[in-house]
Design a protein around this ligand. Structure first.
Ligand code: SF4
Length: 887
């Protein structure tokens, strides 16, 4: 009998498949489904989960799953599918050389999957044309680390975020993108109110909620800000000369570059006042325990690597690195971005943090693999890989667990490039993605909850993902698919693993080579792990060598991984984003995440709970810009530029600066008519890292004129075809927002067709003169759907309507579109866990005089489970107190 109480209750310990925090999850299969809870023993989250993690149980059903290989839509057997991939790749290699084939992989892959994919491409095919969607996420951090430290080593740990006296969050909406880290910092600040938080972001985000100081700088001006800080460090006599002398090079050049611009110049470039800058510089300089956290706002830039080095320069200049509560800290977007870095999943890296450019490294890896060849130069990075598909250089492409037709810049051109490639195979868990529909062959992969392996989170902690569900249909783990293809290409012995544990052992053993060359990545202490120990594997932070168990921080001893063991300060200078604002395209287009969705929504889109927080794609527009461009709140707008045009809902808010527009990244053709913001992102990249500039394109916003707008809610999946539509799940069905330029001749027939309700009664209220339509449809005596239309955006208590359709009753209320009698409208969902709406929360705050989130939780439960909505609760409390003060 096990001594672990969680396991005694039948729970399986696994790891969340979403962001780079890497939270431990307890999953338990029960009679009526799967229960999900945070794992109290996991060091990343200690039992916490955010809204996405908490709703994992709603995303693991088999609806929409790909369960059999399909060739041009027709199901085929695995043997034929594997033979076809092997033949097509072998043929291309034979006729056009190894660089005519490519893999585009993903931070969703487990380390074992990643390892064999990289081994096949770099060591057996002999090309480095394997790149990962992590290129879009943190490759600038990798490049910055390598330039400064000589290796891609994250110096600190999550504990440092709690130990710091000052946490600076740069380009990081932690509250929505890494919510459990946000919760850890918020809890630390509550315990130690003297702890200060600074946010550096062009937008005001949910994370600003805990900020003592907000620096809403101009997009792309981070290098100027941190150069200003470096200059101030020098001018205030705050350089750590002893550390700099003994452990670094490049100080003079970095200081000269920083001193080229005055404080007034920094103010002009960043748009921040000199007073504001001075206050930030003073706080940073005077606080020894400072951690500078950065994320996609830094990385996704044409100067992303320079931004990373500008931040690292300040920590090196003050010797604030590698000690508790201080250091630069990159948080990764994806669950296994770090694992991908460890195995060489990027086109410019070899396995185990070794360098492709170094012939000794190449020889050592080839000897270790006993492979027939080894790549001799870096391969095509993500953006270039798809350009090579478009111009015919790539003849066979394998896309694994990612959706580049949505997520890459100039997504429309990427679609065309995939279509142009002679042979495209996609392995995925879902049958219908924007990318899978373009593939010749699709291969069913095992999903989270079914597959087994390891992932590494942002602070180098390796954890297990464990299966607790059977692998459905003909789906297979990615590592097995890759190894089967490798075997069919003639390399059976080198890919003859009996499971992920065997792959992990090899991966760990290879890290001895990294170690031999004096590099950072070292998990040799795990190289002899047996299958039983692999099953029982507890989270552990690398390095884990044979000599020492595990180490928290790098660089506390002042030793770096460069040839002279000294860190490098880099001379970096501000460069504006590549795309220039113009009279034609006067807005800076920023992209990012929403709280409750993940990437292209293939999984989170299944959850009604998660979909209710943000049910539509939108553009945040500053009120002054809305006035300037004639945009009304909640209207539909076209956001357009030379690369494309999308239609989304306008949110008029001062969260975005004047001259900026923000559009989330998640919506695909499956969820909306035309809301893929990747269409608008120009494919310019950082010259060092190759990371695309996803946050600084240019655009204009114009009102989208429609003859009518509609809203429908029903039990069945709806597939609209109007000029604008956006659909989402709710607990017991689907909801759709619509707009079109021509009214249907028969409203009832139109509504029935949309709702897929052919029979049954319809109760309609149609006012042709005002263009108002309200219709409820009854099946078997219960409300099965409702349809509303009006000349402008439909004004309706949506949550109330959804609740009525879910309950199947309340026709009168339904047709009124808002509650009657004593019933109240809960309003838009704020707390996803308990589906508590904004009106419910505001009433509780106002009527109860509630002054903090704990009181709101006690009153209406909001914020008492995952805590992801707590920033929004605090904002509502502030709003209520402002309203009260104004009355
Ligand atoms: Fe998953 Fe949320 Fe934890 Fe990220 S913070 S790993 S999304 S539970």
């Amino acid at each position: 009998m096990t001594a672990d109480p969680a396991l005694e209750k039948g729970a399986v310990r696994t790891t969340c498949p979403y962001c780079g925090v890497g939270c431990g999850v307890l999953a338990r299969v029960e009679e009526d489904g799967v229960s999900i809870a945070g794992d109290p023993s996991h060091p990343a989250n200690e039992g916490r989960l955010c809204s996405k993690g908490s709703a994992l149980d709603e995303t693991i059903d088999l609806e929409g799953r790909l369960l059999q290989p399909r060739l041009h839509g027709a199901e085929i057997q695995w043997d034929r599918a594997i033979a076809m991939v092997a033949d097509k790749f072998s043929q291309a290699i034979e006729e056009h050389g190894p660089d005519s084939v490519a893999f585009y992989v993903s931070g969703q892959l487990l380390t074992e999957d990643y390892y064999v994919a990289n081994k096949l491409m770099k060591g057996f095919i002999g090309s480095a044309n394997i790149d990962t969607n992590s290129r879009l996420c943190m490759s600038s951090s990798v490049a910055g680390h390598k330039r400064a430290f000589g290796a891609d080593a994250v110096p600190g740990t999550y504990e440092d975020l709690e130990l710091a006296d000052l946490v600076v969050l740069v380009g990081s909406n932690l509250a929505w993108c890494h919510p459990v880290l946000y919760q850890r910092i918020a809890a630390a600040k509550k315990d130690r109110p003297q702890m200060r938080i600074v946010t550096v972001d062009p937008r005001r985000t949910a994370t600003s909620d805990i900020a003592d100081m907000e620096l809403r700088l101009a997009p792309g001006s981070d290098v100027a800000l941190f150069n200003g800080l470096l200059d101030a460090i020098a001018k205030t006599g705050s350089l750590d000369h002893d550390f700099l002398e003994r452990h670094t090079v490049g100080l003079d050049e970095a200081l000269d570059a920083a001193a080229e611009v005055s404080l007034q110049d920094v103010a002009a470039v960043t748009g921040l006042s000199a007073d504001h800058l001075q206050a930030f510089f003073s706080a940073w300089i005077e606080t020894e325990k400072v951690v500078t956290v950065y994320s996609q706002g830094v990385n996704q830039s044409s100067s992303g690597t320079d931004k990373v080095n500008a931040i690292i320069n300040c920590h090196l200049a003050t010797g604030r690195i590698g000690r508790p509560g201080m250091g630069p800290f990159s948080v990764t977007g994806q669950p296994n971005a770090m694992g991908g870095r460890e195995v060489g999943g990027l086109a410019n890296m070899l396995a185990a943090h070794l360098d492709i450019e170094n012939p000794e490294h190449r020889t050592a890896v080839q000897e270790f693999w006993q492979s027939p060849t080894i790549c001799v130069q870096g391969g095509l990075k993500a953006v270039d890989m798809f350009k090579a598909c478009a111009d015919g250089r790539i003849k066979a492409l394998w896309i694994m667990s990612t959706n580049p037709a949505v997520s890459l810049p100039e997504a429309g051109s990427v679609r065309a490039a995939i279509e142009a490639c002679p042979f495209v195979v996609v392995s995925d868990i879902m049958a219908e993605t924007d990318t899978a529909e373009l593939a010749d062959l699709v291969l069913p992969a095992a999903a989270w909850g079914e597959k087994s392996g390891t992932v590494t989170n942002s602070d180098r902690t390796v954890s297990r993902q464990r299966p607790f569900l059977p692998v459905p249909g003909q789906a297979r783990p990615d590592w097995r698919i890759i190894c089967d293809v490798a075997a069919a290409m003639g390399w059976k012995n080198a890919f003859d693993y009996n499971g992920p544990a065997a792959i992990f052992r090899e991966h760990a053993a290879l890290s001895a080579v990294s170690n031999r060359f004096g590099l950072d990545f070292d998990i040799t202490g795990l190289a002899e792990i047996d299958d039983k120990a692999y099953e029982a594997f507890q989270p552990i932070r690398w390095p884990v060598s044979k000599k020492r168990k595990s180490r928290d921080r790098f660089f506390g001893d002042g030793r770096f991984f460069t040839s002279g063991s000294k860190a490098r300060l880099l001379a970096v200078r501000h460069r504006a984003p590549e795309s220039a604002i113009s009279a034609e395209y006067p807005l800076r287009l920023n992209t990012g995440r929403v709280r409750d969705h993940w990437h292209t929504m293939t999984r989170t889109g299944k959850s009604g709970r998660l979909s209710r927080h943000m049910a539509e794609p939108y553009a945040e527009i500053n009120p002054a810009d809305a006035l300037r461009f004639g945009i009304a709140a909640a209207s539909l707008v076209r956001v357009e530029n030379p690369y494309g045009s999308i239609i989304v809902r306008a949110i008029v808010t001062d969260r975005v600066q004047l001259g900026s527009v923000f559009v989330p990244m998640h919506w695909t053709n499956r969820w909306t008519a035309n809301g893929r913001v990747g269409n608008l992102v120009r494919a310019v990249v950082d010259p060092v890292s190759g990371q695309p500039e996803l946050k600084a394109s240019v655009a204009r916003v114009v009102a989208f004129e429609a003859a009518w707008h509609g809203f429908a809610v029903g039990k069945r999946e709806m597939k609209p075809d109007s000029a604008y539509w956006s659909r989402s799940r709710f607990a017991s069905g689907w909801q759709v927002e619509l707009a079109a330029d021509k009214a249907p001749s028969d409203w009832e027939a139109h509504a029935r067709s949309l709702l897929r309700i052919e029979a049954g009664d319809a109760i309609t209220m149609i006012d042709p003169s005002r263009g108002i339509v309200r219709a409820a449809f009854i099946e078997d005596g219960k409300v099965a759907g409702a349809f509303f239309a009006s000349p402008g955006p439909v004004e309706l208590a949506r949550s109330h309507v959804l609740n009525l359709v879910a309950a199947g009753n309340g026709v009168d209320d339904l047709l009124a579109g808002r509650p009657g009698g004593q019933i109240s409208d809960p309003g838009a969902t704020v707390c996803s866990c308990f589906d508590i709406g904004v009106n419910t929360i505001m009433s509780a705050i106002v009527e109860g005089g509630l002054a903090d989130v704990e009181a709101v939780g006690e009153a209406v439960r909001a914020g008492t489970n995952c805590g992801s909505c707590r920033p929004e609760l605090r904002a509502l409390i502030s709003r209520a107190s402002l309203q009260a003060a104004a009355e």
